[in-house]
Structure formats: structure tokens, C-alpha cells
Design a binder for this molecule. Structure first.
Ligand code: P5A
Length: 440
């Protein structure tokens, strides 16, 4: 992408409405624009990041055996009346009446709808287990939408729903999602710690929240440093081996981890001093096992092995996809701007042309731009005639993992400058060496 042809409305000054760093940086970097309280447009740079996060979430759901569907944002009130949640959900639900005076709503979650879809499509225990998920916009009329996309009213969620023949089988499905979550966050460069959680309006008696560590997070967290040691990408657990997976998850969750709401000082004190960590966290995911809470009222039953009809046992599994954009920034920034982990960066490399219009500099930039683009990288080429200082500030603000600075003076010596955004480390190398390093 050439910056001269792109759309990235950068703000040079801090917007006064932004209270937390991710909101400030997302506005300054031209990633989002507020349309109403808690409702945002995703501008090109923000939308690129959102799609990259969504794709990682999708790949890990698929790897865990979940199957993607797409349900509508607008739902009929009928199913919600059957489950009893139409009244329970209160003012957080955005209620709509259509031209025929039918009660509709903008979905805050999809337990009812997916249970009804599943009910209509399966008859036998042989059709189980299944896990269906979608990545779809939700609406919750939050009393205090704040912190940009961190607590929005309209937000993008991945929500998965498991269906099993028994509570025991359902627990295995829960564990599979648990592992998928740990892998998902790790791929985004995040450390997310699972903590026991309340179940609120979703229900059930087993639930974990996943909290990303960030100094600016909303919740205070207390945990054992054992949580920081595991490499979930390479851990060799066969997810189909119920016993092995259950042991791994049980072992992992037996260490202490709690938010301030559930904190028990005595249990925390029992951890060896060098393993005690306190900090702050952002809830980026929440999983629930609620058994037959929805399948019973919605009559989602299958024929069991003994011929009797039994209600299915379910759980639901949410990831705040749009919240993660802000969460990653909270966990990874400095005084100059965002520092994107490469897998979610809007562009992997930024090229800065220090003298647009200078024939040699333009030619060198063009060469490296096509070499990197042809190698499949996402590249932002600053080919504008802004002054150098402003170009550097913009690149640091938008946080691309690597920057390549090319100017006439360096080129005379056959050199360009390669900068690593996170470490700040700069190297003078030849153009070919820069291409080699970036595409390695
Ligand atoms: C699980 C999937 C549920 O809704 N039903 C379907 C269950 N869980 S939840 O905890 O209420 O939400 C799941 C995740 O969505 C994110 N989230 C939000 N993100 C931005 N703005 C909001 N207002 C908001 N509310 C929830 C969180 O990451 C949460 O963990």
C-alpha cells in the first residue's frame, strides 16, 4: 500500500475524550471513528488488524474441530421468551419492532438461536458431539460504554456453542475450547491467564475468564507465575484423548489465579513468594458450561444410546474479537505509539522514503516495495513528501514491527536503515541484505 493513495487520518494531538492508551492510540492512528456512543466505524488500518485477529481466532477454532456458521444480527423475540431471557436481559438488550409490530432484537449473544438450529438438524446421539461457532457483531446497550472498542455497545465476538450427549462429554468439549483459547491468545503475542469466573446472564456452574496482562486493565489480578511458563503451540496434547486433556487443564488450573472479585488472600499467600504475581488484566474471553439450561426449554433433545430422548448438554465460548484490538495495544505500546506483534500488525513493514522525488531514492524504495510485496508481505510505503520527522513519528505511532528508512545519503554508501520497532534497534545494511532479513 502506498501511503499517498491510502486513507489513514492521523491525529497529531491527543483526543481529549480518550481516557486509556489504546483508545487514544486507535484514534490517533486513524484506526476507528466513533459514530455514536460505543459504536464505531473501522477505518482501513483498524479493519486490517481486526481481520487478522479474526483469522487467528478462526484458524484455532477450526483446529479445535469447531464448525463455522453465520447467524443474523437481528433475532426474533420468540425464542428468547421460551428460554425466559427476554425479560431477564433487561435494558442491555436493544429491542426493535418491525413494520408488522413483531418484537425483534439485535442479538447480544446466540445461545437460543443456535440451540434451535441444532434442534432442527439432529436426531440421534450419533450426531454428537458438535461445536458450531460464528464471528458476528453483537449489540449490548451497556450502561457506560467507554474506553473505545474495549467496552463498546456494538462489538465483534466469536461465539462457539458445544453440543454433547452427557455432562461428562460436555466437559471434554469445554476442555478442547480451553486449550484452543490458550493457543489463540499466544499466537497474538499475548499472555492470557484463565481465571474462575461468575456466569452472569449466560448461566451454568463452570466458567473461566481469560485475562490479558496489561498495566491499564480494568481488573486487578493475582496469580502464580507458573502460568507464564507454558508453550501452548507446542505442547503435545492430543485433544481427542479425554484423560490427557483433562489432566493437562486440571493441572494448569490448579495454580492460583483470580481477579479481585474472586481473590482469596490466604490462598494467594500460600504460593512461594518468588511465584506470586499481581497486576492488571483485560477480559478477552469467557467460556461457560451450562448443561441443559437452554436445551430443556427449547426442546433440543436427541435419541440416546438406550432409545430414550435426552436433552443435549451445552456450553458457550466467547472471544471479544474487537476488544482484542484494544487489548493488544494496552499490552504492547510505548510513549511513541503502538507496537504490533507481527501476526496482527496492519502491515508487517513500513518503508520510509526520506526524499520522495529523488530518482535514486525512489528507485530503491520501489525495488524493495515490490520485492517485499511479491514475497507476500503487507507493506506500507510512505511515498509522500512529508518531512522526515513527521514520517518517523507516524511510523512509530502506527506501530509496524519493522521499518526500512531509505534516503539519498545512505544510498551513496550503499546503505539503508532497518529499524526494529519493539527493541528500537537500528542496523545499517545494504538494500539486498534488508530484503533478505525482512523476508527470512
Ligand atoms: C459466550 C459466547 C457470552 O456472551 N455467550 C456466547 C457467552 N459471554 S460474555 O462474557 O458475555 O462475552 C464474551 C466476550 O465478549 C467480549 N465482550 C465485549 N467486548 C467489547 N465490548 C463489550 N461491551 C463486550 N462485552 C463482552 C469480552 O471479551 C467477553 O469475554
Amino acid at each position: 500500500m502506498r501511503l499517498s493513495k491510502y486513507f489513514m487520518p492521523i491525529l497529531r494531538h491527543d483526543p481529549k475524550e480518550a481516557e486509556i492508551v489504546s483508545h487514544r492510540l486507535m484514534l490517533r492512528a486513524g484506526m476507528i471513528r466513533q459514530e455514536s456512543a460505543g459504536i464505531y466505524s473501522w477505518l482501513p488500518t483498524g479493519y486490517r488488524v481486526l481481520k487478522k485477529i479474526e483469522q487467528i481466532v478462526r484458524e484455532e477454532q477450526d483446529r479445535a474441530g469447531a464448525i463455522e456458521v453465520l447467524m443474523p444480527t437481528i433475532q426474533s423475540a420468540d425464542l428468547w421468551r421460551k428460554s425466559g431471557r427476554y425479560d431477564d436481559y433487561g435494558k442491555e438488550m436493544l429491542r426493535i419492532t418491525d413494520r408488522h409490530e413483531r418484537d425483534m432484537l439485535y442479538g447480544p449473544t446466540n445461545e437460543e438461536m443456535i440451540t434451535d438450529i441444532f434442534r432442527a438438524g439432529v436426531q440421534s446421539y450419533k450426531d454428537l458431539p458438535r461445536n458450531l461457532y460464528h464471528i458476528q457483531w453483537k449489540f449490548r446497550d451497556e450502561i457506560r460504554p467507554r474506553f473505545g472498542v474495549m467496552r463498546g455497545r456494538e462489538f465483534l465476538m466469536k461465539d462457539a456453542y458445544s453440543f454433547d450427549v452427557s455432562a461428562e462429554a460436555g466437559r471434554h468439549s469445554y476442555n478442547i475450547m480451553f486449550l484452543a483459547y490458550l493457543r489463540t491468545y499466544q499466537r497474538m503475542g499475548l499472555t492470557a491467564i484463565p481465571m474462575q469466573a461468575d456466569t452472569g446472564p449466560i448461566g451454568g456452574d463452570m466458567s473461566h475468564e481469560f485475562l490479558v496482562l496489561a498495566d491499564t486493565g480494568e481488573s486487578e489480578v493475582f496469580f502464580d507465575s507458573k502460568y507464564l511458563e507454558m508453550d501452548w503451540q507446542n505442547v503435545s496434547i492430543d485433544q481427542d484423548d479425554e484423560g490427557a486433556l483433562s489432566d493437562a487443564i486440571q493441572g494448569f488450573t490448579s495454580h492460583y489465579a483470580a481477579t479481585d472479585e474472586k481473590h482469596e488472600a490466604a490462598a494467594f499467600d500460600a504460593i512461594p513468594a518468588d511465584r506470586k504475581i499481581t497486576g492488571r488484566g483485560i477480559e478477552v474471553g469467557h467460556i461457560f458450561f451450562f448443561g441443559t439450561k437452554y436445551s430443556e426449554p427449547l426442546e433440543c433433545v436427541v435419541q440416546g444410546p438406550d432409545g430414550k430422548m435426552v436433552p443435549v448438554h451445552s456450553g458457550s465460548y466467547g472471544i471479544g474479537v474487537s476488544r482484542l484490538v484494544a487489548g493488544i495495544i494496552e499490552a504492547s505500546h510505548d510513549e511513541n505509539g503502538i507496537i504490533w506483534p507481527d501476526p496482527v500488525a496492519p502491515f508487517n513493514v513500513g518503508i520510509i522514503n526520506l526524499k520522495s522525488g529523488d530518482a535514486d531514492t525512489d528507485a530503491a524504495c520501489e525495488r524493495v516495495y515490490s520485492a517485499l510485496t511479491n514475497a507476500g508481505m503487507d507493506v506500507l510505503y510512505d511515498d509522500t513528501d512529508e518531512r522526515a520527522g513527521a514520517k518517523f513519528a507516524t511510523m512509530d505511532l502506527i506501530g509496524l514491527p519493522r521499518q526500512l528508512v531509505i534516503g539519498p545519503r545512505g544510498l551513496k554508501e550503499g546503505q539503508v536503515e532497518l529499524k526494529h520497532r519493539k527493541s528500537g534497534e537500528k542496523q545499517s545494511v545494504s538494500l539486498d541484505e534488508a530484503i533478505n532479513q525482512l523476508t527470512a
